[in-house]
Design a protein around this ligand. Structure first.
Ligand SMILES: C[S@@+](CC[C@H](N)C(=O)[O-])C[C@H]1O[C@@H](n2cnc3c(N)ncnc32)[C@H](O)[C@@H]1O
Length: 198
């Protein structure tokens, strides 16, 4: 009961507040500005990325399991003014045809999808030739001392953070998949949290 209240009602609201700060907005901007055409956004949340998409984005197909987050997206969707459709609940099983989107976007979501390997295969499947995956994720730190802390916090962290993994090396997992990685960069000054653009 308390777990359900936290995971389904309070956590989506807390995520909105925590991930709406100015610095995160600047990182979102850098990643979202690269999107174009038909965009599949996995872990759409409450639509926080919408205001960062350029005019080149024609429509957004949203994958989001949390009903509360989707309900909270209604205002950003109205302001966006282009079609936004919720097409699924799990990034590991995306109900769109092969080679049908130009861009896949993931912000702070690849840490949470339980079967990330399957999701990465899905991203590759749905992207048109020349399409790109752009992502903004925290990741396992390249610094051993920080990585050790991330690993030690993981068992408790995932219980309060909706299944989020501090100990996933997201860029490495993307590189090992069939997704097209075009660029990689890391935000300076935050050893435990990076911005990685693929
Ligand atoms: C930390 S939040 C980030 C939300 C949003 N992308 C943002 O940047 O504000 C992670 C999101 O992933 C969603 N999520 C959890 N499991 C998922 C799955 N299997 N497939 C797709 N999204 C998932 C959660 O409901 C949540 O909205």
């Amino acid at each position: 009961m308390i777990r359900e209240l936290w995971d389904q009602h309070l956590l989506p609201r807390a995520i909105d507040v925590i991930l709406s700060d100015k610095t995160t907005g600047e990182w979102r901007e850098q990643v979202c500005v690269q999107a174009s055409g038909d965009v599949l956004e996995v872990g759409f949340g409450s639509g926080t990325n919408l205001s960062h998409y350029p005019d080149a984005v024609r429509r957004v197909l949203a994958v989001e399991p949390a009903d509360v987050a989707w309900q909270r997206a209604s205002r950003p969707i109205s302001a966006f003014g282009r079609p936004v459709e919720r097409i699924g609940l799990d990034g590991a099983r995306i109900d769109v045809p092969d080679a049908s989107v130009d861009t896949v976007v993931s912000a702070y979501t690849m840490c949470t999808i339980p079967d990330l390997d399957a999701a990465l295969v899905e991203f590759s499947r749905v992207l048109r030739p020349g399409g790109r995956l752009h992502f903004l994720e925290h990741s396992l730190s390249p610094e051993p001392a920080v990585a050790a802390k991330q690993r030690s916090w993981q068992p408790r962290w995932e219980k309060v953070a909706g299944g989020c993994h501090l100990d996933r090396d997201i860029p490495e997992l993307v590189r090992g998949s069939r997704s097209t990685v075009s660029r990689r960069s890391r935000c300076p000054g935050r050893p435990s949290c990076g911005r990685w653009a693929g």
